[in-house]
Design a protein around this ligand. Structure first.
Ligand SMILES: [Mn+2]
Length: 292
């Protein structure tokens, strides 16, 4: 039995509805998709992220806030496009993948929920990869950005941050260049004040679009921090950078939804990766609370 202290509030209880005079709300849906270039068990991730919240509290030092003032609504798991759209209609949303294939239907659900065209939507990703692989074998984790461009999302509405050398190909880089996607390498992220830099890029994207989707592929982290992720590489971002980005995204009212994808709990070590995902969920929520 875990030790329970009434003066120390678990984030897992918050996700289950524990709140104090909420000022705003957030909606969470697990989307256990699992169709990856590297076969694995990303469908187990929503459960692993929820379980990891048991080890976090609700108090944010950065914001001096208690997440219990944000009503969390956990809608369970579904892969149905209607369910994704319904969550987006209810308010600001967090989708727990699942593999990165979640992003394409989630962005489309966001657009439909707001009666917007894909050309009105911005997409900002933290990801080591371009996710521009061909679509000949159907949607999967390596092609959600390609799919969205084919669906009508302009490449100039896309920013990809944390890209890595030797994790992508010149063919797909050329496709991205042709479509005017904005790129930031992982190395560049270490050369700047990352939080300031991320906010500037996000503010620019939100100024050009009506709503923004934030795709957090946890393989953007260095492999030392994300062993439970098939695509993470040495040289990736730190968990602190991903947390900063999630908080800044949450604090921007035009970022209506995010996903957290590519956690494979069967590869994880000591919950390193699941806890990084859970921390980013909480940071996004703290940003939402701060903006309300
Ligand atoms: Mn990805």
């Amino acid at each position: 039995m875990a030790y329970e202290d009434p003066g120390w509030n678990r984030a897992s209880n918050w996700l289950n509805g524990d709140c104090l005079e909420p000022k705003a709300e957030i909606h969470v849906l697990g989307v256990p998709m699992n169709r990856s270039v590297t076969p694995g068990s990303c469908h187990l991730a929503p459960k692993a992220i929820r379980e990891a919240l048991f080890r976090f509290g609700t108090y944010s030092f950065s914001e001096n806030s208690d997440l219990r003032h944000l009503q969390a609504n956990d809608h369970g798991d579904s892969k149905e496009p209607e369910a994704l759209e319904d969550i987006c209609k209810q308010g600001r949303a967090i989708f727990l993948g699942g593999d990165n294939g979640v992003t394409r239907p989630a962005v489309k659900a966001l657009a439909q929920s707001q009666n917007l065209e894909l050309s009105d939507i911005g997409v900002i990703t933290l990801d080591a990869h371009l996710d521009l692989r061909h679509l000949d074998d159907g949607p999967m984790n390596g092609n959600p950005i390609r799919g969205l461009i084919e669906d009508g999302l302009p490449g100039s509405n896309i920013v990809q941050i944390g890209l890595q050398s030797f994790a992508n190909s010149p063919e797909y880089a050329q496709f991205g260049k042709d479509h005017k996607i904005k790129w930031v390498t992982a190395e560049k992220c270490f050369d700047v004040s990352f939080d300031v830099f991320f906010k500037e890029i996000l503010d620019d994207l939100t100024s050009k679009t009506k709503a923004v989707f934030f795709d957090l592929d946890i393989d953007v982290l260095d492999r030392a921090f994300a062993p439970g992720c098939p695509g993470s590489r040495p040289g990736g971002l730190t968990p602190n950078m991903a947390r900063q980005a999630a908080r800044i995204a949450g604090a921007n009212k035009k970022v209506l939804a995010m996903d957290i994808v590519e956690l494979d709990p069967e590869l994880d070590i000591n919950s390193c990766t699941a806890m990084a995902c859970a921390a980013c969920l909480l940071e996004f929520a703290s940003g939402v609370l701060a903006s309300s």
